[in-house]
Design a protein around this ligand. Structure first.
Ligand SMILES: C[S@@+](CC[C@H](N)C(=O)[O-])C[C@H]1O[C@@H](n2cnc3c(N)ncnc32)[C@H](O)[C@@H]1O
Length: 325
C-alpha cells in the first residue's frame, strides 16, 4: 500500500531538466563565446531549441573544446528529436570533460548510445549538490514538504523492537543534516559523509554531527572499523548510486551484531537496478532482497512510500530496514 502521508515533493534539481541542471556561472574564458552561450541558454529556456543549437554551434566555432557548450548542444538537439546528433554532442562533451561534471555519460545511456553506467559520474553528483546546497533546505522543507528523514525515522522506530538508543550512527549522503536532526533524540553520536563539500559544510554547521566528511560514502565506510556501528542510514541517496553491492558489503562489515541498515529507494522493476528517464537509479525489491541475503543481512521492514514527485506525479519508492544478525 502506498503511504500517502509520506509523499514529498523532491526539490532536488531534476537532472532531466536542462534549465535546472545548467550551472549559473560557466565561462569559456572567451567573452563573445560566453555571450553566445548565454543567448543560447535563454533561447532554450524559451523553448526555441533550434535557435539555441545554432547559437551553440557559433559558440563552438570560437571555443571548440568547451564541454558545456557541447553538452548544451546535446540537450538542444535532444529536445529537437535529433537523437543521433544529440549523442554526438554529448560524446564531445565527455571527450572534453572526462570527469563528466555535467553527466554526459547518463545522457548517452538514456539515448541508448552507451551502456548504463554502474554509478553516475562523481563529479556530476558533486556539482549537482554543490550548486543546490544553498537552497536545499528552504526549498525542500518549507516549500515542498520533504519528508524522507521522517519516513526513515518512522521505519527505524517500527523495526527497532527493543526501543534501544543507537550509540554510533553513520549517515551516508547526509546532505545538509536533516537525517541527523530527525534522529537526534535516538542517537549518541552521528558521523556523516557527503560527496558535495557545500552540503557537508552545511551538515557540519548544523551541530548535529560528531564529524562530517566531504567524500564518497564507500571511502567513508572503508575507513571504519569492522563491527563498530549500530545504525547506518541513507535517506534518498541510493538513487544516485546505481550498483549497491559494494555499499552493502561495507555496511555489513561495519555493522555490529543487531545493528540496523536503513535506507530509502526509488522502486524499480525486474531483478536489478536501472537508470530512469529522470536520470536517477531505481532498484527492484528483488535486487535488494538478493543483496541483503548475499551480504548476510535480514530484512526487518520494507514499505512502499512515495519519496519523490517528478513533474507532479508521485514516484514509487521503498523504505527498507535490514539487520545484521
Ligand atoms: C537528495 S540528497 C539527500 C540528503 C539527506 N540524506 C537528506 O535526506 O536530507 C542526496 C545526497 O546524497 C549525496 N550523495 C550522492 N552520492 C553520494 C556518494 N557516493 N557519497 C556520498 N554522498 C553522496 C549527495 O551529494 C546529496 O547531498
Amino acid at each position: 500500500m502506498m503511504a500517502e502521508a509520506c509523499l514529498r515533493l523532491d526539490g532536488v534539481p531534476d537532472p532531466s531538466l536542462k534549465t535546472d541542471m545548467t550551472p549559473v556561472l560557466r565561462s569559456s574564458g572567451h567573452l563573445s563565446a560566453d555571450r553566445r552561450y548565454d543567448y543560447a541558454r535563454g533561447a532554450a529556456s524559451e523553448g526555441d531549441h533550434a535557435a539555441a543549437a545554432d547559437l551553440l554551434l557559433q559558440t563552438l566555432e570560437i571555443v571548440p573544446s568547451w564541454a558545456p557548450a557541447w553538452f548544451a548542444l546535446g540537450e538542444a538537439r535532444e529536445e529537437m528529436g535529433a537523437r543521433e546528433e544529440a549523442a554526438q554532442a554529448f560524446a564531445q562533451a565527455l571527450a572534453h570533460d572526462p570527469q563528466d561534471s555535467q553527466g554526459a555519460r547518463l545522457r548517452l545511456a538514456r539515448l541508448g548510445a552507451a551502456a548504463q553506467p554502474d554509478q553516475p559520474p562523481q563529479a556530476y553528483v558533486r556539482d549537482l549538490f554543490d550548486q543546490y546546497a544553498a537552497r536545499f533546505e528552504s526549498h525542500l522543507v518549507k516549500d515542498l514538504g520533504y519528508c524522507a528523514p521522517a519516513v526513515l525515522r518512522d521505519a527505524i522506530m517500527r523495526a527497532n523492537d527493543a526501543a534501544r538508543r543507537f550509540c554510533v550512527v553513520l549517515d551516508l549522503g547526509c546532505g545538509t543534516g536533516l537525517m541527523a536532526r530527525a534522529m537526534a533524540d535516538l542517537c549518541d553520536t552521528i558521523d556523516g559523509v557527503d560527496l558535495a563539500p557545500a552540503m557537508a559544510a552545511k551538515a557540519r554547521a548544523s551541530g548535529f554531527y560528531r564529524h562530517v566528511e566531504a567524500g564518497d560514502l564507500i571511502d567513508f565506510l572503508n575507513a571504519r572499523e569492522a563491527h563498530s556501528v549500530d545504525l547506518v542510514v541513507a535517506a534518498d541517496v541510493f538513487v544516485y548510486c546505481g550498483n549497491l553491492d559494494a555499499i552493502f558489503a561495507q555496511a555489513r562489515r561495519v555493522c555490529a551484531p543487531q545493528a540496523l541498515f536503513a535506507f530509502t529507494l526509488q522502486r524499480g522493476e525486474g531483478a536489478g537496478y536501472a537508470l530512469g528517464d529522470d536520470l536517477r537509479y531505481a532498484h527492484a525489491p528483488a535486487y535488494i532482497a538478493r543483496l541483503a541475503s548475499a551480504h548476510g543481512f535480514h530484512l526487518l521492514f520494507c514499505e512502499e512510500v512515495s519519496v519523490r514527485q517528478d513533474r507532479g506525479k508521485p514516484v514509487p519508492g521503498l523504505s527498507v530496514v535490514l539487520t545484521a544478525p
